[in-house]
Design a protein around this ligand. Structure first.
Ligand SMILES: *Cc1c(COP(=O)(O)O)cnc(C)c1O
Length: 396
């Protein structure tokens, strides 16, 4: 940047940032003042292999020198191979013969799922049922699918055809289904809603209900998917296979890419012209995702998420000021004894630990799946000091 280049202003839809990062490596980040941080949030469960992973960085650089983009008027060799790996992971090692649409974000992956469900179900059966407390994206349709009515109000009218039910309650779900419903859309662990896992067995019940009624089960694995909960996908804890699975956040380890997988008979509802994306599936994004998945499989990240998640949950549970720990694998939240989650997260940032206040009483943790025991110990020391400092301020 030269001195004469102007510095512009960003829209004010995000709160003013307190810290500006300039470099990351593994679990570590550095800001523009040269200060080091441990990142236990990874850009909201995005950089699951840590920052600037060398294999992903090399794949991006190599592909950038080879072929970045050709549009979907033409084939590329990388997207179908990536689709094959995703199909294998959705099947937990067994290929299912599903088809994949590539997008650029989680919301776009969900838009694809919603359009596919409507096309599959046909006219008059277009309603998508999702849960209160859910988060599915910020586009107009995915905003309406998001079960947080306060977020809807400024943007009414929203696209019609969305209905919300109590989270993880079988009876409530059954009661709200009628012949206008095409699909049920759920997260395996509500991420933005406060890290609320589905009750054990709930997703198996959802599968049964959807089969009985001939409606689609869509799992939004945008945040929980790709190893983070201790399985490749969160629904695998319940031994079910959904009809449609969406993913994004961790898929490119930070490179923007989303995907919507569907069973073959459901995917067949789309014919040429039904859906599209200029960038979706382009060689550069596909190369980043292929490298990410290659490393994830080599490292067996679901097993790491399980073992490191147990260690982190245990350490969190032992901290003064933490009332309860919830979540799965390395997608965890610590419920605090006070309503000071925001203050604790700010204090932790000041002391060199990146976490997020997911509610007024809970701190969310989504560290890299390759996080070390030493990094967990260091983070817990910072967090304890932060909790104590905020408590001391309250008492003082
Ligand atoms: C983040 C998130 C989305 C939206 O993803 P974007 O890439 O921000 O559009 C959708 N669903 C879930 C569960 C998410 O956590």
């Amino acid at each position: 940047m030269t001195a004469t280049e102007p510095v512009g202003s960003l829209m004010q839809n995000y709160a003013a940032p307190g810290v500006t990062f300039v470099r990351g490596q593994g679990t570590e980040l550095w800001d523009n003042r040269g200060r080091r941080y441990l990142d236990f949030l990874t850009g909201l469960a995005v950089c699951s292999l840590g920052h600037s992973h060398p294999v992903v960085a090399e794949a991006i650089a190599e592909q950038a020198r080879t072929l970045v983009h050709v549009s979907n008027l033409f084939g590329n060799e990388l997207a179908p191979r990536l689709a094959g790996v995703l199909d294998l992971l959705v099947g937990d090692g067994t290929p299912l013969g599903g088809r994949v649409f590539f997008a650029n974000s989680g919301a776009e992956a969900n838009e694809c799922a919603i359009k596919l469900a409507r096309k599959w179900a046909g006219p008059g059966r277009h309603v998508v049922v999702s849960a209160y407390g859910s988060f599915h994206g910020r586009t107009l349709a995915t905003l309406h699918a998001t079960g947080q009515p306060s977020k809807h109000e400024p943007f009414q009218p929203l696209p019609e055809g969305f209905r919300h039910v109590a989270w993880s309650e079988v009876d409530a779900l059954e009661a709200c289904l009628d012949p206008s419903v095409a699909a049920v859309l759920l997260e395996p662990v509500q991420g933005e809603g406060g890290v609320n896992p589905a009750a054990p067995g709930f997703l198996a019940e959802v599968r049964r209900i959807c089969d009985e009624r001939g409606i689609l089960m869509i799992m939004d694995e945008v945040q929980a998917g790709l190893g983070r909960t201790g399985r490749w996908f969160g629904f695998q804890h319940d031994g079910v296979v959904p009809d449609i699975v969406t993913m994004a956040k961790a898929l490119g380890n930070g490179f923007p890419i989303g995907a919507c997988w569907a069973k073959p008979d459901v995917a067949d509802a789309f014919v040429p012209g039904d859906h599209g994306s200029t960038f979706g599936g382009q060689p550069l994004a596909a190369a980043a995702a292929a490298a990410t998945l290659r490393v994830m499989r080599q490292e067996d990240v679901p097993a790491l998420a399980t073992s490191k998640g147990e260690a982190l949950a245990r350490a969190l549970g032992a901290l003064r000021g933490v009332k309860e720990v919830r979540g799965r694998g390395l997608l965890l939240a610590a419920e605090l004894e006070s309503e000071q989650a925001k203050a604790v997260a700010a204090e932790a940032l000041e002391r060199g630990l990146v976490v997020n206040a997911v509610t007024s009483t809970a701190i969310r943790f989504a560290p890299p799946l390759l996080v070390s025991d030493e990094e967990i110990s260091e983070a817990m020391a910072i967090l304890q000091a932060s909790l104590d400092a905020v408590t001391a301020r309250e008492d003082g």
